[in-house]
Design a protein around this ligand. Structure first.
Ligand code: ZN
Length: 135
């Protein structure tokens, strides 16, 4: 079952430059910066209330985020829902005919299990499930 919106992923060209907005103008505190090799991105996490903002900077030209930036520019990249059972959440989506990017969960930010649904099946919004517990 989905529990809450865990975070919004925002694609940026440079974490360093985006910091200016999130830290100095919005006044948020960066919780951590983490490189996620499997997705070829560097992320910066900001907490706001019970949810997070995840800035995504590509670390390679063939990073999915690099492709997103070159076709759409900076902006909201994905929405992530926290689930208490990522495996059954994915199985259910697949059963309902939803196109999946990941058939099995992968290790994402914060060492959590994550999986993405294809935007073609989600009305244009790249949708992430992330696990409640650490992997
Ligand atoms: Zn995410």
């Amino acid at each position: 079952m989905l529990k809450k919106i865990d975070h919004l992923g925002i694609a940026v060209h440079s974490l360093e430059q985006a910091k200016e907005l999130y830290e100095n103008i919005l006044g948020l505190t960066c919780e951590k910066v983490e490189e996620i090799a499997s997705q070829k991105v560097r992320t910066a996490f900001y907490s706001i209330g019970d949810t997070h903002i995840e800035l995504l900077e590509p670390t390679a030209d063939d990073s999915p985020v690099a492709k997103f930036l070159s076709s759409k520019g900076e902006g909201i990249h994905h929405i992530a829902y926290k689930t208490d059972d990522i495996t059954s959440q994915l199985a259910n989506a697949k059963e309902q005919g939803c196109k999946l990017i990941h058939e099995e969960p992968i290790i994402g930010a914060g060492n959590k299990l994550v999986a993405f649904l294809h935007p073609k099946s989600t009305h244009g919004v790249l949708t992430e499930f992330c696990s409640e517990e650490k992997a």
